[in-house]
Write a protein that binds this ligand. Structure first.
Ligand code: PMP
Length: 427
């Protein structure tokens, strides 16, 4: 039995079944540096998937910050400490002035759980609207938002799903303003339904980049009519920035800034601590104070000095290494390359994305836009075999998910494109 097979058996025995594992031939990783990963046999892989090591795997600045603070003090937030204050000051400075306070958590799921309760505290109501192909996390409350695995006992009546926006197959068949209005109409209908229910309408929760939904290239101001409808109904807008935040989309530091909207609550996670578990909720002080008044809330690990040191180092590196700018330029270069591949391979139906979050939707027929979901799985596995790690996602699970660490270079992009060309040619 090979090392990989033995590990699989041991993993299932110790961690249980149905635990997801990437690739037909899983990768046993033992080391990472920058955009590279190494397996137990010493083979190197180009990481085009992982957004958690945002400033690069094992970035020495982040490692040093964690080690330094861990060797001095690590406690919780019921003692005074400057680390969390310095960090929240620096973090909130990247937002609109109205978003001036934060609660730190350990995961994105926790952050969304808190955000939902913040909206309840402010509105006195519990009804939530989310898209039908989203994922916002794994707590009991937050998993109600996801349609991938229906909750045991069914959905609570307080959750309404609207269709995930798909610019490749726009609602009503038209792009532009008509598409935005058609989508807003679905939000308005969900608001009306909730208002007629015992739950009332509390909040719309969206990833402003709709990453898990397949990162559609939406028209400018697409979200404006829906946001206006939410405000008119007295609801709150929660933006889940777990995926698009911290400069990932290149042109903007936050996904909601790219979308041109101002949310009431923003939730953070994944890239925030470069792998150290830190998440957060950013909101106006009145919103945060209403939450603390309605729910006695404390988080044992959230906001501890080591987490804050890690998160602060991430902001330092982003700035010093100009990684948002890098995402903008390398992302544009890579998308251009993907577009060239589309001229050669009919399988590529649509190239899209922003900054270092991009990909191609694979289709069997460009006219009919028939999703090539099984082929997408083969492509991802073919890439892995050739030493390039990426994933797939979207409404039809047929869009390649390319979301590498932010120091990803043009040379890295060219390598990924060459391998993809080779894999597509060999299908
Ligand atoms: N929100 C979004 C948009 C996510 O993609 C995820 C995780 N993939 C989460 C929230 C949950 O974050 P975590 O796994 O840290 O709880």
């Amino acid at each position: 039995m090979t090392d990989v097979q033995a590990l699989r058996v041991r993993r299932e025995r110790l961690l249980g079944r149905n635990m997801s594992l990437f690739y037909d031939d899983p990768v046993h990783l033992v080391r990472g540096e920058g955009v590279w990963l190494w397996d137990a046999d010493g083979r190197r892989y180009l990481d085009c998937y992982n957004n958690v090591p945002h400033v690069g795997h094992c970035h020495p600045r982040v490692v040093e910050a964690i080690c330094r603070q861990a060797s001095i003090l690590n406690t919780h937030t019921r003692y005074l400490h400057e680390g969390i204050l310095d960090y929240v000051e620096r973090l909130t400075a990247t937002f609109d002035r109205s978003l001036d306070t934060a609660i730190l958590t350990c995961t994105g799921s926790e952050a969304n759980d808190v955000a939902l309760r913040m909206a309840q505290a402010v509105t006195g109501r519990t009804g939530v609207i989310a898209t039908d192909f989203t994922y916002h996390g794994n707590t009991t409350a937050v998993s109600q938002l996801s349609t991938r695995m229906p909750p045991v006992g069914g959905y609570g009546g307080h959750v309404r799903h609207v269709p995930a926006p798909d610019a490749y197959r726009p609602l009503g068949g038209e792009g532009g303003e008509a598409f935005a209005e058609a989508w807003a109409a679905t939000v308005e209908a969900a608001i009306a339904a909730l208002q007629e229910s015992p739950f009332g309408f509390s909040a719309l929760i969206i990833d402003p980049f709709f990453a898990n939904e397949g990162f559609p290239d939406l028209p400018a101001d697409f979200l404006a009519p829906a946001v206006a409808a939410v405000r008119k109904a007295g609801g709150l807008v929660i933006c889940d920035e777990v995926q698009p935040g911290f400069g990932r989309t290149g042109a903007h530091f936050w996904g909601h800034q790219k979308a041109g909207i101002l949310p009431d609550i923003v939730t953070l996670g994944k890239p925030m601590g470069n792998g150290h578990p830190v998440g957060g909720v950013v909101a106006a002080s009145e919103t945060l104070n209403a939450f603390r008044k309605a729910f006695r809330y404390f988080n044992t690990f959230g906001g501890n000095p080591v987490s804050c040191a890690a998160a602060m180092a991430v902001l330092d590196v982003l700035e010093e290494e100009k990684l948002q700018e890098n995402a903008l330029h390398v992302g544009a270069h890579a998308r251009e390359g993907l577009q060239k591949l589309a001229d050669k391979h009919g399988l590529i139906g649509n190239v899209r994305g922003s900054g270092l979050f991009f990909g191609a939707e694979l289709v069997l027929d460009r006219q009919k836009k028939t999703p090539a979901s099984d082929i997408a799985t083969r492509v991802i596995n073919g890439m892995r075999e050739r030493g390039v790690l990426m994933g797939k996602l979207g409404i039809h699970q047929n869009a390649t998910k390319i979301r590498p660490p932010m120091p990803f270079s043009r040379e890295n992009a060219d390598l990924m494109l060459a391998v993809l060309d080779d894999v597509l040619s060999g299908l």
